[in-house]
Design a protein around this ligand. Structure first.
Ligand SMILES: Nc1ncnc2c1ncn2[C@@H]1O[C@H](COP(=O)(O)OP(=O)(O)OP(=O)(O)O)[C@@H](O)[C@H]1O
Ligand SMILES: [Mg+2]
Length: 410
């Protein structure tokens, strides 16, 4: 149980941490991309202005000044293009030219593809009258930045993975440390329950004996007092059962290998059926079985008897007269399956998860003293788990229930 809580704690911790790291990485990536793009744009604008200053405009024709050497202005991964006012290309310089048409109303342009290119368009104005005579477009390949970003992505991704691995190691240690006091407390609580129920046994026994004694001489106490003593005796009997159940629950986890033997599950079930046949007959319930002979199992016979007793008692209790209760054994590989099936009142779907909870009963209004305490299935489940097995249940309201116990043979 604690193992599961630990895993869940660790998982949620890692999930929170991973999403924080992811957000951080994305933020870094976005901020860096933006600042780099801005830097490039600024640079391209400066180059564009330089290029725009080196043109001549004569008789409606735009030409690049003959003494202008664009190579001085641009590097190998940049390019220059001059356009007239209609957007027709006049001349260009450099490798990484944009093939897209000029968009005179848009200053920034980007071309995706094998090599991503970013471009800036600058209008060329005559210095004397401010007339628009053309455009110059400066572009730059983003190849080297792509490489940089790829490295950055790898770095961030790798960093996140390494951090997550390290933090899961830390998380394991931390959750272990955090769970320790809870586990200790739980153990102490269990010990307390065990001790308290153990200590309650003798006083309860004393009350029981003292209440039953006068009942043996009814002529001495009169019918009214006899009734009272009877009530005390039966209440004491119920309380004894409750303390026994609590003790059982508190102790099931602790049954170690020393209390385990090789035992015959078939004969345990046969004995149980013999024992409950009369009770079933009184209630006119057909108690039947389909057993396989001589099924060996390693476990504690007292506990396993208790487990199946609880299931059979429930089946008989929650099945009306004329019903059928069937006990079936089957074997699949190294697992034994015992089905206790009834044609009883069934369990509502919304209650099915609760039946194994301690003190849970479908009919809470019924007095504790008239039926059980709602510990029977909790005990049965604890015993099954203690044997490395499991109990599950399928049920349909008004039709019946089937409790399936799975037990490993070794
Ligand atoms: N075979 C069954 N058919 C229908 N309902 C069942 C069956 N077995 C258990 N239940 C429901 O599950 C509840 C819990 O069962 P559980 O055996 O734990 O307690 P209980 O029988 O009420 O009391 P206890 O077993 O402690 O004497 C029952 O009160 C009942 O509502
Ligand atoms: Mg019960």
């Amino acid at each position: 149980m604690f193992q599961r809580i630990r895993y869940r704690l660790l998982l949620s911790y890692l999930m929170v941490f991973a999403s924080l790291l992811g957000t951080f990485a994305i933020a870094v990536r976005v901020a860096l991309t933006r600042s780099l793009t801005e830097q490039i744009t600024d640079k391209l604008i400066a180059i564009g202005k330089g290029a725009a200053a080196n043109v001549e405009f004569e008789k409606g024709r735009l030409t690049v000044e003959s003494d202008f050497h664009p190579q001085d202005l641009i590097t190998y991964h940049q390019a220059l293009q001059w356009f007239d006012t209609q957007g027709n290309l006049i001349t260009q310089q450099g490798q990484t030219v944009l093939t897209l048409p000029l968009l005179s109303n848009k200053m920034l342009q980007a071309q995706t593809g094998k090599i991503p290119i970013q471009a800036v368009t600058i209008p060329i104005m005559m210095s004397d009258n401010g007339e628009l005579v053309g455009y110059v477009r400066v572009s730059q390949s983003l190849e080297e930045f792509d490489e940089t970003f790829q490295k950055l992505d790898w770095g961030l991704g790798g960093g996140i993975i390494i951090t997550l691995v390290l933090s899961s190691i830390g998380g394991i240690l931390l959750t272990r440390q955090a769970m320790q006091p809870i586990e200790d407390n739980f153990k102490r609580l269990k010990q307390f329950t065990a001790d308290a129920s153990h200590e309650l046994r003798s006083p309860l026994m004393a009350i029981k004996i003292n209440a039953e004694l006068p009942l043996e001489y009814p002529e001495e106490i009169g019918p009214k007092d006899a009734e009272k003593f009877q009530a005390i005796a039966s209440a004491t009997h119920q309380m004894t059962r409750l303390t026994e159940d609590l003790l059982m629950l508190a102790r099931t986890d602790r049954v170690s290998n020393q209390n385990r033997d090789t035992l015959n599950l078939t004969s345990i079930l046969e004995n149980l059926i013999q024992l409950y046949k009369p009770q079933a007959e009184v209630k006119q319930i057909n108690l039947t079985s389909q057993l396989i002979g001589n099924l060996q199992l390693i476990g504690n016979s007292v506990q396993l008897t208790r487990l199946f007793t609880n299931l059979v008692e429930n089946a008989l209790y929650y099945t009306p007269s004329g019903g059928v209760v069937e006990i079936k054994i089957s074997r699949v590989a190294s697992q034994l399956y015992v089905n206790v099936q009834d044609t009883g009142v069934g369990i509502a779907p919304e209650h099915i998860d609760k039946v194994f909870e301690r003190f849970w009963r479908a009919d809470q209004s019924r007095s504790y003293w008239s039926a059980g305490f709602g510990l029977g299935l909790a005990i049965a489940q604890a015993i099954a788990q203690n044997h490395g097995g499991l109990i599950s249940v399928t049920s349909q309201l008004g039709i019946g229930s089937c409790f399936i116990v799975r037990l490993p043979t070794s």
